[in-house]
Design a protein around this ligand. Structure first.
Ligand code: SF4
Length: 514
């Protein structure tokens, strides 16, 4: 019998290693033969550690286990799917999972992340083989036709970026994967790296052969040690299997891949600061132009995409541009892995086509707040995303619709706050975060964030005069229009949305006019 015990960070943090050891010991003591597979997570994080037993009816889940449960599981006959208080039934049938549209995340939790055989048995390399059979220009157009846009937050069309790099003349080109996932409440990049690393590797190889780049870097934040270890092990196996090196799968294309570790700076998630860091310099934002597609890493043409963008490439090449484009709405094609976090009962990964609403995500998937109190505000798109009040929870999530209400979809992070939250305090924290993480290159962000903390503090301390509120609005206006990058340019989003929708938290009775 096969028993799956997840090995990603979320399960490990909840004792999955101890649990796996206890299952092995108990099986040995009872003389029961079982095969223990360390799979990735299914992304149903509130159920972790979620252990699955393979039965003829499907994989049966047992949730929130710890080592103390193991003896009773064997007593209950769990290897045949026996009843037990922790049994949650066939995992694929759990509505949270069953109703998702998993394209990028089709394999997570199902396979052993480091098993190449498992990867190949689940459509692995189908995209790369299709791309190898295509002309590079046609491959770029496939990506353009798919409608895939950068999933890191900027939403720039990925195929257009690839085409620019492909058409650039240079002896050396690079593929850089931005895995500096620093937004609050986000973890989708981590899930790919820890639960399906070959998918990202395959996407990067495709990017390399299509654009003519022969070297790739995955820039991973240092706070993700398990991601780094899993990627390094996967890259070594991929190299041994002939996917990397002088001849990718026996073709005329060469491609190599290296993992680079960040040093804990939020702004290094900004693409040009990341390039500086990769070059061994302090992570300070570069002015654009030139765009990295023409003069990026070491001054050479460089594709910079985030993890989800690159991990979505294989399914597009395996199934075709139309297949992917048929999901979504408007100019937002395909799916987005939403990440439910904060004060939510059922936190985890929900991959769905664009167009879903926050209300569906919060209640049909999230199950409401973890505290059981009414949800009050939801921050979408990371620490610099807007706070959405309930009146905006029925607006479809897509890039353009969100932009039209001054909100951002960003990297798909969704952080829920209940009615005990104080939005003025959270707005002040946004300014404080910016002051801490600013790279210091431009004045509106470097100085403005510190002054912003002070002005909000004065308002919260009782000076609710028109003068103070106007000062805060003017400061936000300067940061939005005068900052060099999104760090300073977006910090006002949470502040202004808190002021607009939750003025009472600032001690103001009504929202002030602009
Ligand atoms: Fe640096 Fe902030 Fe200016 Fe961005 S906005 S370049 S983080 S100082």
């Amino acid at each position: 019998t096969r028993v799956y015990v997840p090995r990603d960070s979320s399960a490990l943090a909840l004792g999955a290693d101890l649990l796996a050891a206890a299952i092995g010991r108990e099986a040995a003591a009872r003389g029961v033969a079982l095969e223990l597979v360390r799979n990735g997570t299914r992304g149903l994080l509130w159920l972790e550690p979620l252990v699955e037993v393979e039965t003829p009816a499907g994989r049966i889940g047992y949730a929130n286990l710890d080592a103390a449960d193991v003896a009773s599981l064997f007593d209950a006959g769990w290897l045949a799917g026996g009843e037990h208080p922790r049994r949650v039934g066939i995992v694929d049938e759990i509505p949270y999972l069953k109703h998702q549209q998993r394209l990028t995340f089709a394999r997570i939790g199902i396979t052993d992340p480091l098993s190449i055989d498992d990867y190949l048995a689940h459509e692995g390399l189908a995209g790369l083989k299709a791309a190898l059979a295509m002309d590079g220009a046609a491959a770029c157009e496939t990506l353009v036709d798919s409608g895939l846009r950068g999933r890191g937050g900027a939403a720039f069309p990925a195929g257009v970026k690839w085409r620019t790099v492909r058409n650039a003349q240079a002896a050396q080109k690079y593929i850089v994967c931005n895995a500096d996932e620093g937004d609050s409440g986000t973890f989708s990049d981590r899930l790919v790296m820890e639960s399906d690393p070959y998918c990202l590797i395959e996407g990067m190889i495709i990017a390399g052969i299509v654009t003519g780049a022969t070297q790739g870097y995955i820039y991973v934040r240092s706070e993700y040690p398990h991601s780094i270890a899993t990627l390094e092990a996967a890259i070594a196996r991929a190299r041994a299997a002939g996917w990397l090196g002088a001849s990718v799968l026996g073709s005329a294309h060469a491609f190599e891949l290296t993992v680079a570790k960040g040093a804990g700076s939020y702004v290094c998630g900004e693409e040009t600061a990341m390039l500086e860091s990769l070059e061994g310099k302090r992570g300070i934002v570069r002015a654009k132009p030139p765009v990295p597609a023409l003069a990026g890493l070491f001054g050479q043409p460089t594709v910079i995409n985030n993890v989800i963008t690159l991990a979505t490439v294989p399914v597009i090449f395996a199934r075709g541009a139309k297949f992917y484009r048929d999901f979504g709405m408007g100019r937002s094609r395909g799916t987005l892995p939403f990440q439910l976090a904060g004060n939510v009962k059922q936190g985890g990964l929900v991959e769905l086509a664009f167009g879903v609403t926050l209300r569906e995500l919060l209640f049909e998937y999230g199950g409401g707040t973890a505290s059981g109190r009414p949800a009050r505000a939801v921050q979408v798109g990371g620490p610099l995303g807007t706070y959405l009040p309930e009146s905006q929870w029925d607006i479809p999530l897509d890039y353009e619709t969100y932009a039209s209400i001054g909100a951002v979809v960003g990297h798909g992070g969704i952080v829920v706050h209940d009615d005990t939250s104080n939005l003025a305090e959270l707005a002040q924290y946004a300014m404080h975060f910016c002051a801490l993480e600013s790279c210091g290159k431009c004045t509106p962000c470097r100085i403005g964030s510190t002054r912003g903390v002070e002005v909000i503090e004065r308002i919260r301390s009782g000076d609710t005069s028109e003068k103070q509120v106007q000062l805060l609005r003017d400061l936000c206006d300067t940061m939005v229009s005068g900052s060099l990058c999104a760090m300073g340019g977006m910090t006002p989003y949470p502040v202004l949305s808190a002021l607009e929708h939750f003025p009472e938290d600032f001690g103001l009775r009504t929202a002030r006019p602009n």
